[in-house]
Design a protein around this ligand. Structure first.
Ligand SMILES: NC(=O)c1ccc[n+]([C@@H]2O[C@H](COP(=O)([O-])OP(=O)(O)OC[C@H]3O[C@@H](n4cnc5c(N)ncnc54)[C@H](O)[C@@H]3O)[C@@H](O)[C@H]2O)c1
Length: 255
């Protein structure tokens, strides 16, 4: 898929991986729509990438707000790229040290944000993409979702987040098959430990441990390394239905 000339809807684009991806796709010639619930920061990013009106306030769990964001993006041209980075997690064990079970509503909220939000974004973006004229390769669009290596080997305290991200991993091949008839590809990136704002809020000593645990290179990932992979997935028409780990070969240990 050519990036230049297409519209890219990037969620979670006010910060971290989404922001880096928005900047990269803009530099590659896409019209980028910055979608996030963080309005001030989102508008500031959008202003740098062509105008504050390229920001849309969009809670990815809301049917109405995602529909409106997709419409706003499609109004700008051929919406053919969606990179979905809006998400986040909590830390809580199945049973707390004192034996209290994990709060059920907290579990539901994390699944709602990371799993239901991903599917909401995917289905509504795909519906708009299906109306595009196909390009020379028969493609009408490409969606990149964001899981986590916690979806494979979540650590103690990641039961809600890891379960939700495992759902995103599982969705990838099925959605790619579902959308094959309309020429929309679906891939997922499963990042390891990347130096985005939430990670930079972790105490430095703990970040050093994260970095030391990475076999090579012994450092945290950079947001632009995620963005570069997202760009490659968009451009490489034979990548479909795949989840790609971006983690320097790290495998999370229980703690
Ligand atoms: N940084 C890492 O090490 C890492 C590792 C694995 C997975 N991830 C995943 O990558 C994604 C991006 O994380 P990040 O590290 O860039 O964090 P970040 O906090 O820098 O960015 C996340 C953005 O998502 C937005 N967001 C939160 N809830 C939203 C909602 N309901 N609707 C729309 N936007 C919402 C936030 O406002 C924020 O701007 C998340 O899904 C996260 O779980 C990050």
């Amino acid at each position: 898929m050519e990036i230049a000339g297409n519209v890219a809807l990037v969620t979670g684009a006010a910060s971290g991986l989404g922001e880096a991806t928005a900047r990269r796709l803009h530099a590659a010639g896409a019209t980028v729509i910055v979608a996030d619930i963080a309005e001030e920061r989102g508008r500031a990013v959008a202003t740098e990438l062509g105008g504050s009106d390229r920001f849309v306030r969009c809670d990815v769990t809301s049917e109405g707000e995602v529909t409106a964001a997709v419409e706003a993006a499609a109004d700008r041209g051929r919406l053919a790229i969606c990179v979905h980075c809006g998400g986040g997690g909590i830390a809580a064990r199945t049973l707390a040290r004192d034996g209290t079970p994990h709060d059920l509503d907290a579990f539901r909220r994390v699944v709602e944000l990371n799993l239901v939000g991903s599917f909401n974004m995917l289905r509504l973006a795909a519906a708009a993409m299906a109306k595009n004229d196909a390009d020379e390769g028969g493609e009408r669009g490409v969606c990149v979702l964001t899981a986590s290596i916690a979806g494979y080997e979540g650590q103690i305290g990641q039961v809600a987040y890891g379960s939700a991200k495992a759902g995103v991993i599982g969705m990838t091949i099925i959605a790619a098959r579902d959308l094959s008839s309309v020429g929309v590809r679906v891939c997922t990136i499963a990042p390891g430990t990347i130096a985005t704002p939430p990670m930079m809020m972790v105490p430095e000593a703990m970040r050093d441990v994260f970095a030391a645990n990475v076999p090579f290179p012994k450092r945290l990932g950079r947001p632009d390394e995620y963005a570069a992979l997202a760009q490659h997935i968009v451009e490489n028409g034979y990548l479909n239905g795949e989840v790609i780990r971006l983690d320097g070969a790290v495998r999370f240990q229980p703690k």
